[in-house]
Design a protein around this ligand. Structure first.
Ligand code: FMN
Length: 175
């Protein structure tokens, strides 16, 4: 079953402002580590997440252009900050501000990725991120898989250029 076909309850769940949701992946984005906060909020056991693609918790309201930006950035060796809505196993959802970075071994080879996530500011979500993501998603869905992603990526790039900011500068300016 694809993520899009999984049920969505529309119920938002929350975690504590002092909590950090942590996961690590290999270079393909398959989960190699998840902390207890991750498992608790997402409603999975460790066994259920280890080795699975991180898209396991993908929520259908997330625009694909944000994940494209995430992957382009981390594969280039850079860090990224991004707001993400995730889907728990039971279909509930939770918003996070994620910081994703590459991990390196002692020979400076990129060996995987690491994500830390905190509670996202509610006003930022309501005033900026949700309307922006809704617009990006609508743009994406107006085209086919390829042209939709190109159009939403263009829209996100234009949005950031108009602010004269990189994605990280912009997302952090809101935090
Ligand atoms: C370290 C790391 C953490 C990630 N965390 C999430 C996450 O919390 N939620 C999510 O939907 N995708 C996350 N992703 C992105 C997924 O790998 C994937 O690109 C995304 O879910 C879109 O899935 P799709 O390409 O199958 O549409 C993460 C990727 C990495 C490398």
């Amino acid at each position: 079953m694809s993520t899009q076909e999984k049920s969505i309850t529309g119920v938002e769940v929350f975690f504590d402002a002092n909590d950090i949701i942590v996961s690590k992946t290999n270079l393909k984005g398959h989960i190699t580590y998840a902390n207890d906060v991750f498992l608790d909020i997402a409603g999975y056991t460790e066994e259920e997440v280890l080795g699975k693609p991180h898209s396991l918790i993908r929520h259908p309201k997330m625009p694909r252009c944000v994940f494209k930006l995430l992957w382009d950035t981390i594969q280039a060796g850079d860090e990224i900050f991004a707001y993400v809505i995730n889907r728990a196993k039971n279909g509930d959802h939770y918003w996070v501000l994620a910081h994703v970075t590459p991990s390196y071994d002692s020979a400076s080879q990129m060996v995987g990725f690491h994500s830390n996530r905190r509670v996202a500011n509610r006003d930022t979500l309501t005033d900026v991120i949700i309307p922006l993501y809704d617009e990006l998603l609508a743009t994406e869905q107006a085209g086919d898989r390829k042209s939709g992603l190109e159009a939403s990526t263009r829209k996100l790039t234009e949005f950031l250029s108009a602010k004269n900011m990189t994605a990280n500068q912009y997302f952090l300016s809101l935090a």
